[in-house]
Structure formats: C-alpha cells, structure tokens
Design a protein around this ligand. Structure first.
Ligand code: ADP
Length: 148
C-alpha cells in the first residue's frame, strides 16, 4: 500500500493526441477514431495547451445540421484556464482522485512554460489507472508463481 501511494505519473503516462485549435470538428472526430482515444488535447499556434475535447463534446457539436468541416474545435472545446492538468512527478493516486472528483476521463501531463502556459507531454486516463491496477496485481505474484 505504501508503494502504491508513491507511484508517479511519469511511470505510467501515455502519448497525448493533439489537434490544433483551428482544426475542424470533422478533423477532430477523424483523429479520435484514427488514434483510438477518447479525449483530444487542443494546442494553439505556439503548441501550448488551449483546450480539451471529449467524445461528448464532439457528439454534441454533431447534433443538428451544422457544417462540421467549417466549425473550428475552438468554439466547442473546454478551454484554459478551466483544464485540469498534472505534471510527470505528481503522485498517481492524487491524479486518480482528480479524475473521479471532476468526473473526467483524461488529464494532460504538462511541462509548465512561461506565463502559465503549458506544453503537453503526456496523457493519463481512466484506462491508465486500470492498467496500473493489473500491473500491480501481477507484479505481486511470487517469481514463477501461478496465476489463478
Ligand atoms: P465525456 O464528455 O465524453 O463524458 P469527459 O467526462 O472526459 O468525457 O468530459 C466531460 C467534460 O469535461 C467535457 O466537456 C470535456 O471537455 C471536459 N474535460 C475533459 N477532460 C478535462 C480536463 N482534463 N480538464 C477540464 N475539463 C475536461
């Protein structure tokens, strides 16, 4: 239990999938399918974090007869400064608590730059937490031990 409490984000983070804030909603939907992720991070022209797009954000924008190819993601995304972020040295258990308390599926891992701007370097999701659980249980098995 004490070891679990000390696990850091950097050991488990995965690669982020980002789109540009002037990209269209149509392109974001394509990226979500092609990259097989449930959350996209949106970056501005200088590659700093500008927003987050969830599956439901994109679904909501798709309802009705709107032209998704001419609608930029910047008008539907959740934007800075309302984004929950984490850093690679944060404790995994604290970030897991943020996912639950804020009822979100993913948190970008960031490097802080000048003027409260962030570079996106990773991604932590509910799936990350499920993988950690499985990894921990497997690594608890004695060497050569049999899994039931
Ligand atoms: P879904 O909307 O598909 O259920 P989420 O629960 O992750 O997926 O997202 C819920 C809302 O919270 C969405 O509007 C999304 O833009 C926003 N959101 C997702 N991740 C974050 C985050 N890390 N920080 C702030 N808002 C977020």
């Amino acid at each position: 239990m004490e070891q679990i409490k000390e696990l850091k984000i950097k050991e488990y983070q995965s690669i982020p999938v980002v789109v540009g804030e002037s990209d269209s909603v149509y392109d974001a939907i394509s990226a979500m399918f092609l990259e097989d992720v449930g959350t996209l991070f949106v970056v501005d022209e200088s590659s700093h974090l500008a927003g987050v797009l969830s599956r439901k954000d994109l679904l909501r924008a798709s309802i009705g007869n709107q032209d998704l190819e001419s609608m930029p993601v910047s008008i539907i995304m959740t934007r800075m400064p309302n984004i929950t972020v984490c850093k690679k040295d944060d404790l995994l258990i604290e970030v897991a608590s943020h996912l639950i308390e804020r009822q979100i599926d993913a948190i970008p891992v960031v490097n802080e730059k000048e003027n409260n701007r962030y570079e996106v370097v990773g991604r932590v999701t509910k799936t990350t937490m499920t993988k950690v659980l499985v990894h921990l249980i497997h690594s608890e098995l004695p060497q050569g031990g049999k899994r039931s």
